[in-house]
Design a protein around this ligand. Structure first.
Ligand code: PFF
Length: 499
């Protein structure tokens, strides 16, 4: 078979793996995984999570990278090449990451502010910072600026180069923080026990769903990123091996993050003579309220470790956001045949504008002000629910359907075997996974996700229904836009990027 023609993509296989790992390793690893692990039976959840990565994550990631690589183009063209009527799967895979970019940039701004402030102290800073609009806007702009610089410099000169420096840096910082925390003495053993000792009685249907959802989000599946990064690779990468490496890195960082967070929190609780249950351990509160308190109670070294910690969070957030910003930039470059610099400026400008109301709305929430809300939620939580609960699983499902039902597993496996993969007796199980099992599992996640949205705790929530309906409306608009404007028109390939 002819070699895949490649233009302007990653220079090396390891560059691709690090960039894709950079996309995967993000806030989901640093605050989502540790908390969910502790909540769902410690090591028992880790086994479950790894099973989900192996049985769902790997298959979807292979499908997504494969779709990108065989098309050497943006997601719309990638799906159009398979069948003109499914090109809208690709438009959805561009819109979802664009929406995520808007709110992720606000959180990115928070991490920059907290890193800068580490030495002066962040304890009690959250509501104050969040409620000062000019600061929130300024720091979101700085964060978007970081992403802009990298994406503007292109795939090889920007994304690949940045990932090659930043990913090892993140790893070193995390190891330093873990070593420091493990040496704190008091409370450390209890923290590790809480985090890792398996408690199989906590494994329920809900924890299986939590593990599936986490695997999904953490591996950056269903957000176009892997299709786009895949499109910048050629035959020099082995898709199956690369996928394995990305999944291992991602899981390792998530596990290590928990080894930094829980011993530190338990140490603090023990020194203060309080129970860990009095501390907020999830999401925004863990990262921006509890952890600063914990680090700052240790004194000067604590401040330094706090700085390392937030520097690491910034790196994780930047390498993630560039992957989703690249999705929309690639499409704008290829569809409108404009230069990368202009396309990036347009996307970053739009991101900045959209981040303003989102930042203000989150600030209100953190200050207990009931303004700028939609369906009773702040804008950030609303968009997070729309994308994570409804749209991302749909996008991932479409990637699987495209490979399992349109290209057909036999053909996909044949093409993958040209990368020196020898599937042998695993051929049939892999085909069954691609075609039936993984799509079915995604449908289960989607079903329970939406059910939980509309009937949280089994009571009807009109707001949840609102979120679900808005999500479906977005899908309907995407379908209409595709069939009216994009199906018949040229949507470009990587060869269209103007130097
Ligand atoms: N895989 C990312 C994480 O675990 O945080 C998810 C993600 C979010 C990727 C936002 C990219 C992004 F911009």
């Amino acid at each position: 078979m002819e070699k895949t023609q490649k233009k302007g993509g990653f220079a090396s296989g390891i560059g691709f793996v690090l960039a894709a790992a950079g996309s995967a390793i993000g806030l989901g690893n640093l605050w989502g995984f540790p908390y969910k692990t502790a909540d769902n039976g410690g090591a028992a959840f880790v086994f479950l999570y790894i099973a989900c990565v192996i049985f769902i994550g790997i298959t979807i990631m292979i499908c997504e990278i494969f779709l990108g690589r065989r098309s050497q183009s943006n997601p719309i063209t990638a799906f159009k090449k398979i069948n003109k009527n499914i090109g809208w799967f690709g438009l959805l895979a561009i819109i979802v990451p664009l929406v995520i970019t808007f709110y992720y940039s606000v959180l990115g701004g928070y991490t920059v502010k907290f890193a800068v402030n580490s030495f002066w102290g962040n304890d009690g800073n959250l509501a104050n910072f969040a409620g000062t609009p000019w600061q929130v806007i300024l720091f979101s702009a700085i964060f978007i600026g970081f992403a802009l610089i990298v994406v503007m410099a292109g795939v090889k000169g920007g994304i690949e180069k940045a990932s090659k420096i930043l990913m090892p840096a993140l790893f070193v910082l995390l190891i330093l923080v873990v070593i420091f925390v493990l040496c704190l003495g008091e409370g450390v053993a209890e923290g590790l026990k809480f985090y890792l000792v398996p408690d199989f009685s906590k494994i329920t249907g809900k924890s299986i769903l939590a593990a599936m959802g986490q695997a999904f989000y953490s591996l950056s599946l269903g957000m176009g990123a892997m299709i786009v990064y895949g499109s910048y690779t050629g035959k020099e990468i082995n898709i199956v091996k690369s996928t394995g490496m990305i999944c291992i890195f991602d899981t390792l960082i998530a596990l290590l993050a928990g080894m930094a967070i829980f011993p530190a929190v338990f140490h603090f609780a023990s020194v203060e003579g309080i129970s860990h249950t009095e501390l907020k351990l999830d999401g925004i509160m863990l990262m921006f309220s509890t952890l600063p308190k914990v680090f700052e109670s240790i004194g000067f070294f604590g401040n330094i470790i706090e700085f390392f910690f937030f520097a690491m969070v910034i790196i994780a957030a930047v390498t993630s956001v560039i992957s989703i910003m690249e999705v929309s930039c690639q499409f704008v470059i290829q569809k409108f045949k404009i230069k990368r610099k202009i396309a990036t400026a347009i996307v970053a400008g739009l991101t900045f504008l959209m981040s303003i109301p989102i930042g203000l709305s989150l600030g209100n929430l953190l200050n207990g002000i009931d303004k700028l809300t939609v369906f009773g939620l702040d804008f950030l939580s609303f968009l997070d629910l729309v994308t994570n609960t409804v749209l991302m699983p749909i996008c991932a499902l479409f990637s699987c359907l495209a490979v399992g039902w349109f290209i057909k597993p036999k053909q996909a496996i044949l093409e993958l075997e040209q990368d020196d993969n020898k599937f042998g007796i695993f051929k049939t199980p892999l085909a069954i996974m691609m075609k039936f099992i993984v799509p079915a599992l995604i449908l289960i996640i989607e079903f329970f996700g939406i059910k939980d949205l509309i009937f949280p705790g089994n009571v009807f929530s009109a707001n949840g229904l609102g979120v679900a309906l808005v999500s479906l409306a977005i899908v309907a608009i995407v379908i209409a836009v595709y069939f009216i404007f994009l199906k018949k028109s040229e949507t470009g390939t990587n060869l269209d990027e103007i130097d």
